[in-house]
Design a protein around this ligand. Sequence first.
Ligand SMILES: NC(=O)c1ccc[n+]([C@@H]2O[C@H](COP(=O)([O-])OP(=O)(O)OC[C@H]3O[C@@H](n4cnc5c(N)ncnc54)[C@H](OP(=O)(O)O)[C@@H]3O)[C@@H](O)[C@H]2O)c1
Length: 274
Amino acid sequence: MPALFVEAHGIPLIGLGTWELRGRTCARMVEQALRLGYRHIDTAELYDNEHEVGEGLRAAGLKRDAVFITTKVWPSHFAPRDLERSAQQSLTRLRLPYVDLLLLHWPNPQIPLRDTLGALCKVKREGLTRQIGVSNFTVALIEEAVKLADEPLVCNQIEVHPFIDQSKVIAACRRHGMTIVAYSPVARGGVSRHKVLARIGKGHGKTAAQVSLRFLVQQGIVVIPRTSRLERLSENLAIFDFELSESEMAEIARLARRDGRIVDYAYSGSPQWD
Ligand SMILES: NC(=O)c1ccc[n+]([C@@H]2O[C@H](COP(=O)([O-])OP(=O)(O)OC[C@H]3O[C@@H](n4cnc5c(N)ncnc54)[C@H](OP(=O)(O)O)[C@@H]3O)[C@@H](O)[C@H]2O)c1
C-alpha cells in the first residue's frame, strides 16, 4: 500500500471491519478485500470469526508483513492471566505468529486498569502483538491509561461518523499522539440516506458513504467500514482520488450531535461518555 494511505503508527487508513461477518462470507470478504488492495483487517475475539479471518488471509496469499491485523480482548478477559490466554488463543484461531495491534475492546471498571495494562504491555513485549491500544476509552480513561502503561498506547478505536460529536475524545487522543480508528464510519449504512452527504457526493461523482469515509480520512482518522457485499468493498476503498473542500468539511462537521451514538453495550455499565 502506498505510504500515503498509512498513518503515523503504520496503520493503513482504511481497513475492513468484520463484526457480524461469519463463516464462508467472512473468509471470502477478507480474501476479496485483500485482492482489491485493502491491507488492514479488524477483528476481535468477540466476533467469533478469527478463524475465518485467518482463512481469508491465507487465501489471499500475501506475505504476513504486507497486512495489518487488529484483534481485541473482550473485558471479561481483562484479569492478567485471562488476557494473556485470550491473546494466545486469538493467534491460534488466526493461525498467525503475531497481530499488529491488540486492543482492550471495552472498559471494565471491575478489574484494575493497572493490572490489565500490565498484562497488555507484557504480551506486546513477548511478541504476540506489534502494538497495543484501547477501544471505547473516554478522556478520563485515556488520561489514566497513558499514565499507567509502560509501552505506547497507539490508538483508541471509537465510534466516529458525521452524526456523532467525538471532539473531546479525539482531542485527548491527539494530545497523547494516539491514532483515532473510527468504527461504524458509515453509521451502519445510515449515511447513505443523508441529503447533505448525497449532495456533496454528487458534486464529486461519489456516494454519500464515500463522502463520510473521506471526511474522516481527510482528518487523519482511520476508517474500518464493514460490508458483506463485494461491490461495496470497492466503493468504500475508492476514497483517495478526491478531496473535500474546507467548506464541505465544515458543512459535514455541523451534522454532529451529542446524542448521535449508535453503539452502547453497557458492559458493566457504560462509561460516562464525553
Ligand atoms: N471497538 C468496538 O467496540 C466496535 C464496535 C462496533 C464496530 N467495530 C468495528 O468496526 C467495524 C465497522 O463498524 P460497524 O460494522 O458497526 O458499522 P459500519 O461499517 O458503519 O456499517 C456497516 C453496515 O453498513 C452497510 N454498508 C457498508 N458500506 C456501505 C456503503 N458503501 N453504502 C451503504 N451501506 C454500507 C453494511 O451493509 P452491507 O453488508 O449490506 O454492505 C453494514 O450493514 C465493525 O465491523 C467492527 O470491525 C468495533
